[in-house]
Write a protein that binds this ligand. Structure first.
Ligand code: ATP
Length: 362
């Protein structure tokens, strides 16, 4: 019999906590995925101090799931999140201004974005590994599966989503306060690149970036979304820091190519998210195998499987591999993500999206 989430959740509900309740009743299980006999999940403690005491609980959870018929492998990651569950009173009340990049309005701590169920930050250590490509295609693939998806291009230094999603209109504002996002391929989208000249944004530092991000999240009329995907700049800079500190992120997904040098940088990005107490929900390998369209031969241009191994070594979920593919690049440049069409790469993105939905991440 195929494993199902309900069976696993009900077993995890037997893992009690010293201060009362259990892992399920206390809502600590995140990103539960089942892949054949392999079960992966994240245990999210309310804060770092609690997480530090929870290793025996994590081990008990692994044992209890491993004992389920059909389970061959279990990976459970312990993370901590210090964010409050609700937006503090008054958050978002400050008079907004459409001048993007102003100084931020004071904000007590991480806040939710009204109407948005989950926020995923898509990060990478290195630039050029395909983080924006994966963000846009994943967004489109999720929308094709009926999810309500938002895409925020927060790559302030090199916004590429307008080009990849085929939009270049400046978003409108009926009252000079609210910003109306654009729609493309079933996705609600917004890019800092549509509001400001990236050449100017390059010199922005902490407070200016914080103000701009606060506006993108607070003033944009996102509507009701199942998931908002945020395409981050590469590396570990001010945008990541600001976002993790000011917004209640569901978690981060790391995109890397398979070769060691990219993985080295990906590790730095993961270290940063761990320090910021943002749960890392998993890793995606981009530019994996190349399938020759002429002879059908497979070539591992950047190697293959490096990200899956890294995920395994770190006990993190491996979410999927996407091939290196000419059509992906051409479609991205043409503003129609490959996931919007048909074919093996669109299928790979559909499978990735399914994984996110099944894992409760979208
Ligand atoms: N799987 C793929 N196959 C072929 N080309 C790809 C693939 N993924 C991305 N590309 C191409 O590689 C280039 C860089 O991709 P992209 O802009 O998504 O990377 P990035 O990590 O977001 O970079 P940066 O952070 O510097 O913006 C683009 O031209 C894109 O079309």
């Amino acid at each position: 019999m195929a494993l199902d989430k309900q069976t696993i959740t009900s077993e995890l509900g037997r893992v009690g906590l010293p201060d009362g309740g259990d892992l399920v009743s206390r809502d600590m299980i995140r990103a539960l995925t089942i892949d054949g006999g392999t079960v992966r999940f994240v245990i999210e403690a309310p804060d770092a101090a609690t997480a530090a005491r929870m290793e025996p609980i994590r081990a008990a959870a692994v044992d209890i799931v491993r004992a389920i018929d059909g389970v061959t492998d279990v990976s459970a990651v312990l993370t901590a999140h210090s964010a409050p569950k609700t937006a503090p009173a008054g958050a978002g009340d400050a008079p907004p201004s459409l001048k993007v990049g102003r100084h931020p309005t004071p904000q007590a701590g991480p806040v939710r974005v009204a109407g948005v169920d989950r926020i995923l930050a898509i990060g990478s250590g290195k630039g050029g590994v395909g983080k924006s490509t994966v963000s846009s295609n994943l967004a489109v693939a999720l929308a094709r599966q009926g999810r309500r998806v938002g895409l925020l291009d927060a790559d302030i230094y090199g916004p590429s989503q307008p080009r990849m999603m085929g939009v270049n209109k400046r978003p409108g504002s009926p009252d000079g306060k609210r910003i109306i996002p654009l729609q493309a391929h079933g996705v609600t989208m917004m890019s800092i690149g549509l509001m400001v000249d990236p050449a100017k944004a390059v010199v922005w530092r902490g407070p200016m970036l914080m103000g701009a991000l606060q506006q993108m999240l607070g003033q944009v009329e996102w509507g009701e979304l199942d998931v908002l995907i945020i395409d981050l700049p590469p590396g570990t800079g001010d945008v990541q820091l600001t976002l993790a500190q000011k917004t209640e992120l569901t978690g981060a997904v790391i995109v890397s190519t398979p070769q060691d040098v990219a993985l080295l940088d990906a590790r730095k990005a993961m270290d940063m998210f761990r320090t910021l107490k943002t749960p890392i929900l998993g890793l995606v390998e981009n530019m994996s195998t190349f399938h020759c369209p002429h002879c059908g031969e497979e070539t591992q241009i950047f190697g293959h499987g490096g990200v899956a191994h890294e995920a395994e070594a770190l006990g993190l979920p491996f979410l999927g591999a996407l091939p290196i593919d000419l059509q992906t690049r051409v479609s991205g440049d043409a503003g129609v993500p490959v996931a919007a069409g048909e074919g093996p790469v669109a299928d790979a993105y559909a499978a990735l999206a399914r994984r996110f939905i099944d894992g409760g991440m979208a």
